[in-house]
Design a protein around this ligand. Structure first.
Ligand code: GLN
Length: 539
C-alpha cells in the first residue's frame, strides 16, 4: 500500500511548491523508497497543451505523450524518473470524465454534484498511481493557493482521503511565506496563521508547515508558528532562498523534512540518504572554472518559464563541462540581416528555440545563417531545426522562397511541410505528434558521436516535418540527415559535416535532461561552445 503526502500552498502563488515537493521526493528516494509525484491543477483547460507559453510557461511533454504542467519537468529532473499522463490532472479533465459518464448514463438518474461526484473522481485519480503497487510514496502537489474558489474540490478530496485512509498513510505539507518587513526588521507570521486557519476551516489540518523566508527563522518565530498553527515545533520548516533550486534538497535535509514525514507516515527501515551523485553535480555547478555565453534565440524570452527545460538543461550540461552557462536572451523579432552580427557578437554558441507561428521567424533564419557562415556552434530544437532547413534551402540550395507551410501555406518550395497524418486533424488539444519516438542514427555522424549509439528515443511535440521530396537536393548540397524515424523515414536530425558543431533536431532533447543524467546533445553543444570560446582567446 502506498502512502500519500499532499503539498498545498498558502499566502501567495510562486512560492516554489513544485521545487519543495520535488526536493522532499528526492530525499525520500535517496533513502531507498520508491516515490513519484503528481500535480493536480485547478484550471479548466483539460491540459496546458493549448495554453500560450506567456500564460503558463512551457508545456512539458512526457514519454507517453501527455502535455503537462512545467512542474512535471522539475519532478523528472530531480528524481530521474518518467512521469505519465496520470501524473498531471486538471479540473478540466476531471469534469470532462464526469460529464462523459453522465452522458453515458453511468450515474443511473442521480443528480451529479461537486460532492460526491467530482470529489470522487479527484480521489480516484489521486490514488491511481498508488494502486499500481509500484510506489511506497505518492506526493501530490495541489496547484493554486488555499482560499482560491477553484481549488476547493481538491482540498475537499484531500480532507476525505485523510478521513478514509489509515491515519499513518496520509499527511499534508503546507507551504507558506513568512515576509520580512525591512522597516520593522521583523519576520511576520500573520499571513501564515491566516492561511493555515483557512485550510483548517475546510477540514484539512497540515502536519508540516514549510516557511519560505529571506531571513532565518529563530526559535521564537518557530514556536509562535507552531503554537498558532497547531503543529509541533519540529514540524515548522525553514526554507530559505537558495542560490540554485538544486540546493533545496540539501536545505530540506538539514531541516529534517524527510525524517518528519517518515515518522508521521510510520515508515521504518529506510536507509541513510545517498546523495553522492547529486552532490557531485552540485559541487561542479557551484564551482565553474570558466564561462560560456549562449544566445537563446526565441520569441517568448520575456518570460523565462517559456523555456524552462532548455534553461535547466544548460545548467545540467554546464556542470560536467565545468563552465557556467550564461544564457543571453535574444528576441528573434528584433533580429535583421543588418543587425545580426552586432546582436550576436560575443556569443560562444546559438540555440534557436522551439515555437509556433510566424512571429520572429525571419530573425531565427538570420541567426542560423550567421552561425553557419561564422562557424559558431549551432543547436536548433524543433522549430529551430526547421529554420535551419529553411535557411539552407534559401541560401545554399538557392530556393529563395523556401518556407514551412506553417508560415506560408502557398510557398512554392515547402521544405517543411505538415505531416501527412496531421492534415485531417481539426481539434487542437492533444493532437500533435507527441511523446517518445525511436530514432535511428547514421554511424560516423556527429549525432552518433554525441549519443554513442545508433538507436535512441526522444520526445516530440510538432505538426510539421522535413519534406522528403527535397531530401536528395539537400543531401547533394551537403546537408546530412543523420537521424531518422525507423518506421516512417521522417528526418529527425540534420547536421553539417564541414562545420565545427551544427545540429538541428526535430525532437526536444531538453525534456529528458536531468541533473544527474544531462542530455548528451546539450553536454556536447556546451563543450563545442567552450572550445569556440577558447579558440577566440587564442586569436
Ligand atoms: N511549429 C512547429 C511544428 O509544429 C515546431 C513545433 C515546436 O517547436 N515544438 O512542427
Amino acid at each position: 500500500m502506498a502512502k500519500y503526502i499532499f503539498v498545498t500552498g498558502g499566502v501567495t502563488s510562486s512560492l516554489g511548491k513544485g521545487i519543495i515537493a520535488a526536493s522532499l521526493a528526492k530525499l525520500l528516494q535517496s533513502r531507498g523508497l520508491t516515490v513519484t509525484i503528481q500535480k493536480f491543477d485547478p484550471y479548466i483547460n483539460v491540459d496546458p497543451g493549448t495554453l500560450n507559453p506567456y500564460e503558463h510557461g512551457e508545456c512539458y511533454v512526457t514519454e507517453d505523450g501527455a502535455e503537462t504542467d512545467l512542474d512535471l519537468g522539475h519532478y523528472e529532473r530531480f528524481l530521474n524518473i518518467h512521469t505519465t499522463q496520470a501524473n498531471n490532472v486538471t479540473t478540466g479533465r476531471i469534469y470532462q470524465t464526469v460529464i462523459n459518464k453522465e452522458r453515458a448514463g453511468d450515474f443511473l438518474g442521480k443528480t451529479v454534484q461537486v460532492v460526491p461526484h467530482i470529489t470522487d473522481e479527484i480521489k480516484h485519480r489521486m490514488k491511481l498511481l498508488g494502486e499500481t503497487g509500484k510506489y511506497d510514496i505518492i506526493l501530490t502537489e495541489i496547484g493554486g493557493t488555499v482560499g482560491d474558489i477553484e481549488s476547493l474540490p481538491f482540498i475537499e478530496a484531500v480532507r476525505q482521503l485523510q478521513w478514509e485512509l489509515p491515519e499513518q498513510d496520509v499527511m499534508v505539507v503546507h507551504l507558506t511565506l513568512i515576509p520580512y518587513l525591512r522597516a520593522a526588521k521583523e519576520l511576520k507570521t500573520k499571513p501564515t496563521q491566516h492561511s493555515v486557519k483557512m485550510l483548517s476551516e475546510t477540514g484539512v489540518h497540515p502536519d508540516i508547515i514549510v516557511c519560505r523566508t529571506e531571513e532565518p527563522l529563530n526559535d521564537d518565530i518557530k514556536r509562535k508558528i507552531a503554537l498558532f498553527c497547531n503543529v509541533k515545533q519540529e514540524a515548522v520548516i525553514e526554507a530559505m532562498d537558495a542560490s540554485t533550486i538544486y540546493e533545496v534538497p540539501l536545505l530540506m535535509l538539514r531541516e529534517k523534512l524527510d525524517l518528519i514525514c517518515l515518522k508521521k507516515l510510520n515508515i521504518n527501515g529506510y536507509g541513510a540518504p545517498n546523495l553522492d551523485k547529486w552532490n557531485g553535480f552540485l559541487q561542479k555547478l557551484k564551482h565553474p572554472k570558466s564561462e560560456v555565453r549562449i544566445g537563446l534565440i526565441g520569441k517568448y524570452i520575456e518570460l523565462q518559464d517559456a523555456y524552462k527545460s532548455i534553461l535547466e538543461s544548460f545548467i545540467h550540461a554546464g556542470a560536467p563541462n565545468e563552465v557556467k552557462v550564461k544564457v543571453v536572451n535574444v528576441h528573434s523579432e528584433h533580429l535583421t540581416q543588418e543587425n545580426v552580427a552586432e546582436k550576436l557578437e560575443g556569443l560562444d554558441g546559438l540555440l534557436v528555440a522551439p515555437g509556433f507561428g510566424n512571429r520572429g521567424i525571419e530573425g531565427k533564419i538570420h541567426a542560423v545563417q550567421y552561425a553557419r557562415e561564422n562557424n559558431l556552434p549551432f543547436f536548433g530544437i524543433c522549430l529551430g531545426m526547421q529554420m535551419s532547413v529553411i535557411e539552407y534551402a534559401r541560401n545554399v540550395l538557392g530556393l529563395a522562397d523556401a518556407h514551412s507551410t506553417e508560415m506560408d501555406a502557398k510557398t512554392a518550395n515547402p521544405v517543411i511541410n505538415m505531416m501527412e497524418e496531421q492534415k485531417k486533424i481539426k481539434m487542437m488539444g492533444g493532437t500533435m505528434r507527441l511523446g517518445a519516438y525511436p530514432c535511428e542514427i547514421t554511424p560516423g555522424t556527429l549525432a552518433h558521436k554525441i549519443y554513442g549509439a545508433t538507436s535512441i528515443t526522444e520526445r516530440h511535440r510538432h505538426r510539421y516535418e522535413f519534406n522528403n521530396d527535397y531530401y536528395d537536393a539537400f543531401i547533394k548540397a551537403g546537408l546530412v540527415a543523420s537521424g531518422k524515424n525507423p518506421e516512417t523515414g521522417l528526418v529527425e536530425i540534420v547536421e553539417l559535416p564541414n562545420h565545427p558543431f551544427f545540429i538541428g533536431v526535430q525532437y526536444h532533447p531538453e525534456l529528458k535532461s536531468t541533473a544527474e543524467v544531462p542530455a548528451p546533445l546539450f553536454v556536447s553543444f556546451i563543450a563545442a561552445s567552450k572550445q569556440y570560446h577558447a579558440s577566440k582567446a587564442v586569436k
